[in-house]
Design a protein around this ligand. Structure first.
Ligand code: NI
Length: 170
């Protein structure tokens, strides 16, 4: 397992639509392990493959690590098969936007269907933080980011801060 460098907004890989996985081999297994290690190293509740520069439909989530009982969830080719009409607002951050946090409104409860690293299908229905985290990470696989849910003003403020930071880092 390797902790991989994070891709930070406005890195263009974050806006790509990721490719489906059709080969459940050692490379996939290594990618899932690297995602998990990188997520834990940066204390995130989720991480998607484009955030480490791989434009593939793979992501990990763990919303329980902060309570000291880690429960790693691994998703390959995930999709939302059902979503509540009721929305809930929750503060979100993103490892590709260090230091930023914004309120985002999303369906309160969702069902996600996915495959594990061996290609076995599974389904998870969740609400609360897990529902938010799964939706946030699945968005990453379609090149969608949490700032896309903000008002034009909030989005331009965050974008400006991130671009300034990126220029200063160069
Ligand atoms: Ni994110």
């Amino acid at each position: 397992m390797t902790t991989r460098a994070l891709r930070i907004f406005p890195d263009p890989v974050l806006r790509e639509r990721c490719r489906e996985i059709d080969c459940f081999d050692e490379n996939l297994s290594r990618l899932v392990d690297d995602l998990a290690e990188s997520m834990y190293a940066h204390r995130g509740v989720g991480l998607a493959a484009p955030q480490i520069g791989e434009s593939l439909r793979v992501m990990v989530v763990d919303v329980d690590q902060r309570e000291g009982a880690p429960r790693l969830l691994e998703f390959v080719n995930p999709r939302i098969s059902a979503a509540d009409e009721e929305l809930e607002e929750r503060e979100e951050g993103c490892l590709s936007f260090p230091g930023e946090a914004e309120m985002v409104r999303r369906p309160r409860r969702v069902t996600v269907q996915a495959l594990d690293r061996r290609g076995q299908p599974f389904e998870i229905t969740a609400e609360g933080l897990l529902a938010t985290a799964m939706q946030h990470e699945i968005d990453h696989l379609d090149g969608k980011l949490f700032i896309d849910y903000l008002s034009r003003l909030r989005r331009s403020l965050v974008t400006r801060r991130m671009k300034k930071r990126s220029r200063e880092g160069e």
